[in-house]
Ligand binder design. Structure first.
Ligand SMILES: Cc1ncc(C[n+]2csc(CCOP(=O)(O)OP(=O)(O)O)c2C)c(N)n1
Length: 514
């Protein structure tokens, strides 16, 4: 058996069943092994950023890693920004990067680069394999490293001769690392703080914003008067009917600071202190008051649901009723953000997965879907835009019986638009909603935030209408049927059509330019 085959067999034995790939010459033996080994779905992505973003989406839904396959340092470099987001989202990924043969690299052929150097900033674990005999064992360790709480990216760099040489050894799955429980002292400390009944904010992250985590946090909040919040962007937030709602820390610094004025205690549940996305001249860097006392109930690598359950027990918190607001009704007539959001919330199917890259048009959709059917809301944690369409691709592969709805700004959608082609090829149930304002609207807001004044050059650098993007033609060219909504009634027709038809569909919602 050659090294590549031992690698693929070890990955399958370790539970990896999907590989998002964009291969080249150095990965040919890996690709050939995929033909010989059953159990691995290979998904072609036409840009490495699609592969890395898809692996992120896959991991958010299954909580287990997929593999990627990249071509040398430059291929990895193409995928880096969405690996950055995946690292911030704390998801497991086994990132496989083919490279020059061990004996060829010293001659410095064209695709030689510092592959480790490119991998290190985004990876929790990096290893260059040097021997065919150990490749299987290295792969099993890579899977384990990716799943080491709080999860991360394990990059395996694979010289081509290590792949093609004979002598590969398949290794069985290593134990899956456990999420550690918080100490009794941490639970008691948090209980003591909450029993003071002083203004307290509990900031919940990770599994603490799952359906179970939110239910426990609401019991604690109802019994103690603490406020609850999730970070501005979340890996996977459980929402809609049957789930307890949660506010997110506002993105806009002044709004966040005003909201949390007077908070005396901050209890972190798998979250970090709420640092603002950027520094703005003369503004605070934290959304909570500087003098608020910070208490860590749990770190990201802890079992957060267990920590909340033990805290609720410690405080004897009774159950609380689920709030039950009315589902928004269909809106009609001229397109507005509120109307489009209500229409989506009125029509979306049960257990949808919403991918949020809505930028300035996000908030109405977040608000309207609060009382929509149960769904998961996947945000952009790392701030590198362009991950929406790739994330949707991976989430749809991970959860084939659920409709994925991508809400994306038109600017953001252009970064990795070729994900649509993979969605068509794999016939994924993804509805891509382009929130089309023909500009980088948020950057006007940011200009104002940092105190810069836009002139004609700045304004032109944020304009997407010269030339205009033809979203319907672009989607159709990649095999995705599409329509442009010209009213809210038309939007409702397009959404109904997509939700009742298998496979991907794209809807452009044109918004008036303010
Ligand atoms: C990788 C990366 N490049 C650039 C940016 C800066 N950036 C943030 S938002 C944005 C424009 C988003 O435009 P769009 O998706 O159309 O949403 P809108 O602001 O119009 O609502 C840009 C360029 C970024 N965050 N990440």
């Amino acid at each position: 058996m050659n090294g590549a085959e031992s690698l693929v067999r070890t990955l399958v034995a370790s539970g990896i069943d999907t590989c998002f790939a964009n291969p080249g010459t150095s990965e040919m033996h890996f690709v050939a092994a995929l033909d010989r080994v059953p159990g691995m779905r290979s998904v072609l992505c036409l840009f490495e950023g699609v592969a890395t973003g898809a692996a992120d989406g896959y991991a958010r839904m299954t909580k287990t890693p997929a593999a990627t396959l990249m071509h040398c340092g430059p291929g990895l470099a193409n995928g880096l920004s969405l690996l950055h987001n995946a690292r911030r989202a704390r998801v497991p990924i086994v990132n496989i990067v083919g490279d020059q043969a061990t004996y060829h690299a010293p001659l410095d052929p064209p695709l030689t680069s510092d592959t480790e150097g490119l991998a290190r900033p985004v990876s929790a674990w990096v290893r260059r394999v040097t021997k065919t005999e150990t490749l299987g064992a290295d792969a099993a360790v890579a899977v384990q490293a990716a799943r080491q709480p709080p999860s991360g990216i394990a990059t395996l760099i694979l010289p081509s001769d290590v792949s093609w040489n004979e002598g590969g050894v398949v290794v069985g799955a290593l134990p899956v690392p456990e999420w550690s429980k918080v100490s009794a002292e941490s639970v008691r400390d948090a209980a003591r703080v909450l029993a003071l009944h002083e203004p307290t904010l509990m900031l919940l992250n990770g599994e603490a914003v799952s359906k179970e985590g939110l239910a426990l946090a609401h019991r604690i909040a109802a019994a103690t008067g603490a406020q609850l919040a999730a970070p501005t962007f979340n890996t996977r937030l459980a929402r809609g009917r049957g789930r307890y709602p949660i506010e997110r820390v506002p993105y806009i610094v002044d709004v966040a600071v005003a909201k949390y004025t007077g908070i005396k205690h901050l209890i972190l549940v798998g979250a970090a202190e709420p640092v603002t996305f950027f520094a703005y001249p003369g503004k605070p860097q934290l959304s909570t008051p500087k003098d608020a006392k910070v208490h860590a109930l749990a770190a990201p690598e802890n079992d957060l649901v267990d920590a909340l359950a033990r805290l609720a027990d410690e405080l004897n918190c009774p159950d609380v009723a689920l709030p039950d607001g009315p589902r928004p009704a269909l809106a009609k007539g001229r397109i507005t953000a509120d109307g489009a959001a209500a229409t989506l919330a009125a029509l979306m199917p049960n257990h949808a997965i919403i991918i949020d890259e809505g930028i300035t048009l996000r908030d109405p959709f977040f608000a309207a879907t609060t009382n929509g059917p149960a769904h998961d809301w996947l945000g952009n944690i790392g701030g590198a835009i362009g991950g929406g369409l790739p994330l949707a691709t991976g989430a749809a592969i991970a959860a084939p019986n659920r409709r994925v709805i991508t809400l994306t700004g038109d600017g953001s959608a252009m970064y990795a638009v070729q994900a649509l082609w993979t969605q068509a090829r794999e016939q994924l149930d993804v509805t891509t909603v382009i929130l089309s304002n023909r500009k980088y609207a948020v950057l006007f807001r940011e200009l104002d935030g940092v105190g810069a004044k836009p002139g004609p050059t700045a304004t032109d650098l944020f304009a997407l209408d010269r030339p205009a993007l033809d979203w319907v033609a672009m989607a159709k060219s990649m095999g995705v049927d599409a329509g442009r909504a010209d009213s809210l009634d038309h939007l409702a027709d397009l959404l109904r059509h997509s939700f009742s038809t298998a496979g991907p569909f794209l809807i452009e919602i044109p918004f008036e330019q303010a």
